[in-house]
Write a protein that binds this ligand. Structure first.
Ligand code: NOJ
Length: 464
């Protein structure tokens, strides 16, 4: 391993900043959608926009040496013609400076789902022009912060925002259309390559990667049918991002399957595919929370379940992707899970790291990992032993992967402090530090905050 290991935590602009309409920021698709539907929103969130100095200092005092955060595109680019909001850039310049002043390395994500609404109105990720707009936005931030940031990433979790936006309809623009999934997915991967191309051509210092919502896939048995389900699920969940961004080509069997199923792939132009081929990322970010157990498809229409109700969720999570695979997580009754049904399986992190390092020679960062829970933050500090155990076990398997030879160079807890969790609102808490949303967003460190600090200081002595 070269250089120091990064031990930090991660957030996203919409989930923590608040200040949704301050200092020239325009509406994002999430502002628009949540306001229109009158749903819990991130208008204030954790008020990080006004408290980032305090938050970053607290990270440093908590022993962390890196902070992964995203830039808000609608804070920086005002309109379709690409005009810059200097105040937006100033805000992030101050954030980056605060990181450096505290000995924290800024690890920057360009896109964590808050598309400007003016682009959504023109078709969002279904419109190839959004890829060009993304390239312009990235060039603006690359140039503005060149030399101040060592690690850049283009997208956070393409699978999650594309599938939630166009397949399950759970996120804006709330469509349910498999052909649109294919088109949006393609445009995002093309946008990724365009940004990487600009990064290289502009000679920006540091390196550029992409972040995936990695799910380690396990077939429930060794049958041939299950091996096929495994491959389909791996393509569906992981490979269309990782293979494309890291090796420059979409998985060929997946492309063949899409063609056989009658999907229209004419969106992919030969010169664009060549550009994707030529502009691969330099590192991979893996967000790992949970594995995915799969079994062969047995019948029925595609049905993707999402639990946004936590312990109030009734019914099963039987997820089917027609002709591809079925999710078998419900069958794994012996495995622990949180109130949102997320299976806790730290071994999956080691396995995922190994699988990815077998196909990609660049460095890997675990860009998110954490435990969401209901927590009472009004009656003294939160004693979150469950979170400590979750993080400890995942770091244990990360260190094992490192001993296996995987070039993993960083680990980020999601999240440094409580924030707004999209459709799960603020009651699903992930923070090392509690945020009392009802009382001026007061910060109160949880047990895990001090524990993480001490583990980093001892270099995880008791975990190794
Ligand atoms: C994935 C996403 O990157 C983040 O936005 C989300 O809140 C967390 N994981 C927790 O689900």
């Amino acid at each position: 391993m070269n250089g120091k290991m990064l031990w930090g935590s991660a957030t996203a602009s919409y989930q923590c900043e608040g200040a949704w309409n301050e200092d020239g920021k325009v509406e994002s698709m999430w502002d628009h959608y949540l306001h229109q539907e009158n749903l819990e929103n991130g208008d204030v969130a954790s008020d990080h926009y006004h408290r980032f100095r305090e938050d970053i200092r607290q990270m440093a005092e908590g022993g962390q040496n890196a902070y992964r955060f995203s830039l808000s595109w609608p804070r920086i680019i005002k309109n379709e013609s690409g005009e810059i909001n200097e105040k937006g850039l100033d805000f992030y310049r101050q954030m980056i400076d605060a990181c450096h002043e505290n000995g924290i390395e800024p690890f920057v994500t360009c896109y964590h789902w808050d598309l400007p609404q003016y682009l959504e109105e023109k078709g969002g990720w279904l419109n190839k022009a959004t890829a060009a707009a993304f390239q312009h936005y990235c060039e603006v931030v690359f140039k503005a912060f060149n030399g101040l940031v060592d690690h850049w990433t283009t997208f956070n979790e393409p699978k999650w925002f594309v599938f939630s936006g166009y397949m399950s309809g759970n996120y804006p623009p709330c469509h349910k259309n498999p052909q649109e999934v294919v088109n949006a997915a393609y445009n995002v991967m093309y946008a990724n390559a365009l940004a990487v191309k600009s990064f290289k051509e502009l000679g920006i210092l540091g390196s550029i990667g992409i972040v995936t919502s990695y799910q380690t896939i396990y077939g429930i048995d060794d049958s041939e049918a299950c091996q096929l389900a495994f491959r389909n699920a791996d393509n569906y969940c992981n490979n269309w991002i990782i293979d494309t961004a890291c090796s420059g080509t979409f998985p060929s069997d997946m492309v063949a399957k899409l063609v056989a199923e009658g999907f229209d792939l004419s969106i992919a132009q030969p010169e664009e595919l060549q550009l994707i081929k030529n502009n691969t990322v330099q590192f991979l970010g893996m967000n790992y929370y949970s594995p995915q157990f799969v079994k062969p498809y047995t019948g029925g229409e595609t049905d993707v379940k999402v639990n946004n109700l936590g312990k109030n969720y009734k019914g099963n999570m039987r997820t089917v992707v027609k002709n591809w695979f079925e999710v078998a997580n419900d069958d794994m009754t012996e495995l622990p899970r949180n109130d949102w049904g997320m299976i806790v399986y730290p071994q999956g992190l080691r396995e995922g790291l190994r699988r990815n390092s077998a196909k990609f020679s660049g460095p890997i960062y675990v860009t998110e990992n954490g435990f969401g829970n209901y927590e009472d933050v009004h009656n003294g500090p939160v004693h979150d032993q469950y979170r400590i155990e979750y993080i400890r076990e995942h770091v244990r398997y990360l260190l094992k992967a490192q001993s296996d030879g995987v070039d993993v160079r960083g680990y980020f807890v999601w999240s440094p402090f409580d924030l707004y969790s999209w459709k799960n609102g603020c009651e699903k808490r992930y923070g090392l530090v509690a945020v009392d949303f009802d009382h001026g967003c007061k910060r109160i460190p949880k047990d895990s905050y001090y524990w993480y600090r001490d583990e980093i200081a001892s270099n995880w002595l008791d975990v190794r």
